[in-house]
Design a protein around this ligand. Structure first.
Ligand code: SAH
Length: 479
């Protein structure tokens, strides 16, 4: 390659590959510049050059993209590391994402398939039912802040006051908690030295029921002498309960986490008020969600996603279905009423417990959940599936697990994916195993960001080539 590390160029971004890789050509050479939007004129320097692939580092946007026409939704845009698509009108966001997924699938698919475009999220703002905020400061030795990481920064935390992708209740709660912490001069846990007290504030708010769970996560190093830790927690509980909110707080929790990694989790949790779970409703079913178990973060979007998956699955009467990577058992329970039996497999024990509780709660008796790694559990299940639903994490499916899945020889497999790159990769072995990609549809669960969910139907007996390829956006159903 003629380009060398450190060289500076300007260029126009040709396209963006999922999720945020801007593609620019310099003298015919392809450079990948992260966080650049299609059509932007940018200045960048060459970073890594390896195996004929060059990466560029974005220095400056010289001219905006023609699709950057929208007014940002919140005052934090530009500084905040979240929501990079706010300047793009929602319709254009959808087109961008479905185009990215289609490109990946077109390259991976052997033969024609039906691309059914993208379904928008029922709401493009205030859609999140969970958010994790961090404590820190906005600059070294600055005032205590509670919010989200500044764009490109590992340390600096931007004070959030008006986040647009959550209900205003979140902003009210953040303000209350940070003001109380400042009042008593509390410290935040420094990421490098691990000294200090406050770590994260995890808020869950069920969209359908309005139930709110607030969880303050700290280290065990209470060092602040004005009041005791117990007194502080009492004040926190009282102040939160006094707030005037759209929804209602059903639980206030305090978790302790001394682990060095920056993950939001707990070694111990005390209930300061109420209960340690909330109830959300999806498609007429109720789900009990605890603070740390996985649940789709856009409840209304999840209804669209699960309905799409159900449509793709088609006839399930009298069939045994495997729901692999089942989380809290949402998909299993959506399918159970129209199937003979559903078996869910999930690695996180807490999620499996919630899944079992939920089936009892919903009076569903034909679901069974097994805790363990899909790769191993499949060897122990005696039932044979007629249909398989896959919903793996970001990394996709372990190749050996995929071999075992293919070996069942079921006619249809529905694969739901939050990462179309790993989905496209997994299509390889599935096609080599005799499956054909019949149809695909995207569901936007993450408006204002570059993320998207994809549902595909793989069919063993699908031989007819369909040349019905389209990108469509069905804006019906949007608020
Ligand atoms: N289908 C669920 C959850 C999907 S997220 C829903 O829609 O809510 C993916 C799930 O896979 C997570 O709950 C994660 O804990 C689980 N998981 C990750 N690796 C796994 C493995 N090797 N075996 C089983 N489950 C796994």
């Amino acid at each position: 390659m003629a380009v060398k590390k450190g060289m500076e160029y300007t260029g126009t971004v040709e396209r963006t590959d999922f999720p945020n890789k801007g593609i620019v050509f310099v003298d015919g050479e392809k450079i990948c510049v992260k966080n650049a939007l299609p059509g932007q004129k940018i200045k960048f320097t060459i970073g890594k050059v390896r195996n004929g692939r060059a990466e560029g580092n974005l220095k400056e946007v010289l001219e905006p993209s023609p699709i950057e026409t929208a007014e940002p939704l919140c005052p934090h845009f530009g500084q905040c590391g979240g929501c990079s698509y706010q300047r793009i009108a929602y319709r254009d966001q959808l087109e961008l994402k479905s185009g990215q997924v289609k490109r990946l699938l077109d390259n991976a698919a052997e033969g024609e398939y039906e691309f059914q475009g993208i379904v928008p999220s029922p709401t493009d703002r205030a859609y999140r039912n969970k958010m994790e905020f961090s404590f820190g400061d906005s600059c070294k030795y600055g005032e205590l802040t509670l919010g989200l990481h500044k764009k490109g920064s590992f340390y600096d935390i931007l004070q959030i006051t008006d986040c647009a992708i959550v209900d205003s209740d979140y902003n009210t709660i953040i303000k209350c908690v940070v003001e109380l912490a400042r009042e008593f001069g509390l410290t935040y846990a420094h990421k490098l030295t691990h000294r200090g007290y406050l770590r994260h504030l995890l808020i869950r708010r069920a969209t359908m029921t309005g139930e709110i769970l607030v969880n303050l996560i700290t280290t065990s190093q209470w060092t602040d002498g004005i009041i005791t830790e117990t007194e502080f927690m009492g004040k926190l509980r009282d102040r939160l309960k006094e707030l005037n909110l759209n929804g209602s707080i059903v639980g206030i929790l305090h978790s302790v986490n001394d682990d060095n990694a920056d993950a939001v989790k707990a070694e111990r949790t005390d209930i300061l008020f109420g209960k340690d779970f909330l109830i959300e409703e999806l498609l007429g079913l109720f789900f009990r969600i605890s603070t740390f178990s996985f649940f789709q973060t856009n409840s209304r979007g999840a209804e669209v996603l699960y309905s799409t998956a159900r449509d793709f699955i088609g006839d399930t009467g009298d069939k045994v279905i495997f729901d692999l990577y089942s989380g809290t058992g949402t998909i299993a329970q959506v399918l159970a009423p129209v199937a003979k039996k559903v078996i869910g497999v999930e690695i996180v024990a807490e999620a499996v417990e919630s899944a079992r509780d939920n089936t009892n709660f919903n009076n569903i008796s034909n679901c069974e959940f097994i805790c363990g790694d899909v790769l191993k559990v499949l060897d122990t299940i005696e039932d044979k599936p007629d249909l398989i639903v896959l919903d793996p994490p970001r990394e996709g499916i372990h190749p050996k697990a995929l071999d075992k899945i293919i070996a069942y020889g079921v006619d249809r497999i529905v694969y739901i994916s939050c990462n179309p790159v790993s989905l496209a990769r997994d299509l390889g072995p599935l096609q080599a195993g005799g499956y054909r990609l019949e149809k695909a549809k995207c569901v936007d669960m993450f408006p204002q960001t570059g993320h998207v969910e994809t549902v595909v139907l793989m069919n063993k007996n699908f031989s007819e080539a369909k040349d019905h390829v389209q990108i469509g956006i069905d804006m019906k159903g949007m608020k």
